[in-house]
Design a protein around this ligand. Structure first.
Ligand code: URA
Length: 215
């Protein structure tokens, strides 16, 4: 797996990440969603450097300029519900993309044991596409893997990019073991560890609840 760790010590990306972690700022749900969206935009910009471009002439009012346009067929896929704000950040930049939505939730057998249930999928064909799969929290890695498997009947993508705001080392290791070597993983921050309930420490809490108050 190609791992792209974007967090640098001093950058506006880390400023936004600091805000989404901060319990005092988290009270403002709109700011939480907006920051997640802005993180999605910055991640899009970094990812855009690895895409393919074609050159076309553009007419300006005063002349012509050879310019580059993204030539990948992009499908942005987000995992409901927490992926939605990140999704909008990606879509703001890759604005001609098709979109895919898939649900994945933890069905708990006990406080510490759960399985991932995928129930809803709305997706165009992914054959030959550049798929961006967004889930803000990469904890155990099981959601990403379940979703990756559930999308297989939609066709073989040209390339797959997973995007997460905060990742745990355990989740990264799990995906490295279980996903094809040519998969890209983009993470803004890598935290210390998971707790026994599968939450990222220090992380930020439950991203879906913080963004949408669904609990
Ligand atoms: N999902 C979240 O929202 N937070 C975590 O820490 C782990 C999974």
């Amino acid at each position: 797996m190609h791992i792209h760790h974007l967090g640098e010590k001093n950058s506006v990306l880390n400023h936004f990440i600091a805000e989404i972690r901060d319990i005092n700022v988290q009270k403002d749900r709109m700011r939480f969603r907006k920051n997640m969206e802005r993180i999605g935009e910055i991640m899009s910009y970094e990812l855009s450097k690895t895409l393919n471009y074609e050159s076309r002439n553009v007419s300006t009012p005063l002349g012509e300029k050879a310019s580059s346009f993204i030539s990948n067929d992009i499908v942005i896929c987000s995992i409901l519900r927490a992926g939605l704000s990140l999704h909008h950040g990606l879509l703001n930049y890759f604005d001609g993309s098709d979109n895919c939505f898939i649900s994945a939730y933890r069905h708990h057998h006990s406080e510490t044991e759960f399985e991932i249930v995928v129930e809803y999928l709305a997706s165009p064909s992914l054959e030959g596409k550049t798929v961006l799969l967004a889930d803000p929290m990469l904890a155990t890695g099981q959601s990403f893997l379940s979703v990756y498997d559930a999308l297989k009947p939609m066709g073989k993508p040209k390339e797959v990019h997973l995007l997460s705001t905060i990742a745990a080392p355990e989740g990264i290791a799990y995906l490295e073991k279980n996903l094809p070597k040519d998969t890209h993983l983009w993470v803004a921050a890598i935290d210390e560890r998971l707790n026994n309930k599968g939450y990222i420490i220090p992380g930020l809490g439950d991203a879906g609840d913080l963004a949408y108050g669904t609990k």
